[in-house]
Ligand binder design. Structure first.
Ligand code: UD1
Ligand code: CA
Length: 477
């Protein structure tokens, strides 16, 4: 995928993005769970870029912080463009940051609001520049509808200039080939030509596109025709939704080609940073996979499950509407429906976790079962232990969290409260309805139940007394 020469990539992202009607910088809005500018940086790196400089203006602190958090501090360098005086001016503002680079360096110029551009295309653009006698290449596209894009003006087949839409004559506006807004130029040309730009045009800006006329004097820039979908940028939230859908479609198709079945690919939402999903795994409708989630082979993730930063092993069956966050689920787990794993949930192999079971910082070891209605927080549950319906770890005393340990093979009867810190020993039994406040020794039985009394005939006498007080029992509803 990489080009023959490593490009230096500039990403123009200083604009405000007014039409987003947002308090957040446009390039920080997410497309398939990853900020727009994150897509562009990722593609640039995959294309072999060895230096990436983002040209920032509006909200540059926030954008820089997001880039540092995602890629590591300083990995994406920043050049400031305090006032936005056009795309040519944006690139001028980046020149001081790269003043030690040699003139023959290929500089690729991208925009931060076009996340669908593929790494292969950046590599292709770099290679075309490397081979171009004029030392310049750009991406052209034929939009499927009338767009106010710059038009590629050719004379005798040679690209002579780009005319911006506001400056174009009615005839020029009819030219089908438009400027997609991505370029590769040798740095020496960039240094020389940027200085010659003037703002003598309809928008009163320095147009980067005027470089194309300079390249024409050297033989003409090379234009690569590119599918419109791949080049489309985001200006408002309608575009955002359109691009998000296209990005998700691309992610899902790649997964289908790698052996994952989607019951309904249009309604399964896999974020861009989700890791591997194994062969023969089946994803049901409405499944949402976020963050760095990964899934093994032959897993079945049924309708409406939501997984965030969760690792799911092979052969797990997750029944509908289960949600897990920062959790690890071992092989052959049987989960849900309606299970809720909160951060720090760790299920070893063959664990059963059933409906309305909530876990948090809980480690359930091999073959442990909690099949119905339970809360296990700050808990460790040994292998093959059985946690009955209605079991609750009372892990919080209003000030601090405490740990519950249930050792291997223990049997926790229904409706048990385990008041932490407390340990139930190996193979011990806790009788249903017990409130465990002291440790239970190995193989012991713990019960705190009040002894049952049966009062013979009590119910009949009670009804009789009530009826005498209220008169005959009414038959109405
Ligand atoms: C630009 C091209 C046009 C092309 C179109 C494709 C120019 C003069 N025109 O027009 O030929 O068809 O893209 O989308 O380049 N930016 C800055 N600083 C600035 C101005 C812009 O960083 O001073 C950034 C913007 O944030 C944006 C990108 O550059 O990401 C493009 O700028 P924009 O103003 O949207 O250019 P267009 O008018 O769309
Ligand atoms: Ca634009």
């Amino acid at each position: 995928m990489s080009s023959s020469e490593s490009p230096l990539v500039l990403i123009m992202a200083a604009g405000l993005g007014t039409r987003m009607k947002s308090d957040r910088a446009k390039v920080l809005h997410d497309v398939a769970g990853r900020p727009m500018i994150g897509w562009v940086v990722t593609a640039a790196r995959e294309a072999g870029a060895d230096r990436i400089v983002a040209i920032l203006g509006h909200q540059h602190e926030q954008v820089k912080a997001a880039l540092d958090a995602r890629f590591g501090a300083g990995v994406v360098e920043v050049a400031l463009q305090q006032e936005q005086k056009g795309t040519g001016h944006a690139v001028l503002c980046a020149l001081p940051s790269i003043d030690r680079e040699p003139d023959d360096r290929i500089v690729v110029i991208l925009t931060g609001d076009a996340p669908l551009l593929r790494a292969e295309r950046i590599a292709q653009l770099t290679d075309a520049c490397a081979q171009s006698p004029a030392g310049m290449a750009l991406l052209s596209t034929r939009p499927d509808r009338e767009m106010p894009y710059g038009r590629l003006v050719r004379e005798g087949g040679k690209l002579v200039r780009i005319v911006e839409y506001p400056d174009a004559t009615p005839d020029e506006r009819k030219i089908p080939d438009t400027n997609a807004g991505f370029y590769a130029v040798r740095l020496g040309h960039l240094r020389k030509d940027l200085g010659t730009l003037t703002a003598n045009n309809a928008k009163g800006e320095l147009y980067l596109t005027d470089l194309v006329a300079r390249a024409a004097e050297r033989g003409g820039a090379h234009a690569i025709d590119t599918p419109f979908d791949e080049t489309s940028g985001i200006n408002d939230r309608v575009d955002l939704a359109t691009v998000d859908r296209a990005a998700r479609r691309r992610i899902n198709e790649a997964l289908m080609r790698s052996g994952v079945t989607f019951a309904d690919p249009d309604h399964t939402y896999v974020d861009a940073d989700v890791g591997a999903i194994g062969r023969d795994t089946w994803l049901g409708p409405g499944v949402v996979l976020r963050g760095k989630t990964t899934i093994g082979e032959r897993a079945r993730i049924d309708v409406g499950c939501v997984l965030v930063d969760t690792q799911v092993a092979d052969d797990v069956y997750m029944k509908p509407y289960s949600m897990f966050t920062e959790s690890v689920i071992g092989p052959r787990g049987q989960i849900g429906p309606f299970s809720h794993g909160r951060p720090g949930t760790r299920l070893d192999e063959d664990v059963h976790m059933g409906n309305f079971v909530e876990t948090k910082k809980a480690h359930l070891m091999a073959g442990a079962k909690a099949n119905h209605l339970a809360y296990l927080g700050d808990a460790s549950v040994g292998s093959k232990a059985n946690v009955g319906a209605g079991t609750i770890t009372c892990n919080y005393d209003g000030f601090a969290k405490h740990t519950t340990v249930i050792e291997a093979g223990a049997f926790i009867g229904s409706d048990t409260q385990l008041v932490a810190p407390v340990t139930v020993g190996r193979d011990a039994y806790v009788a249903a309805g017990t409130t465990v406040t002291r440790d239970v020794p190995r193989s012991a039985l713990a019960l705190t139940r009040v002894k049952q009394v049966n009062v013979e005939g009590w119910a009949d006498r009670y009804r009789e007394a009530q009826q005498k007080r209220k008169g005959p029992k009414s038959t109405g509803g």
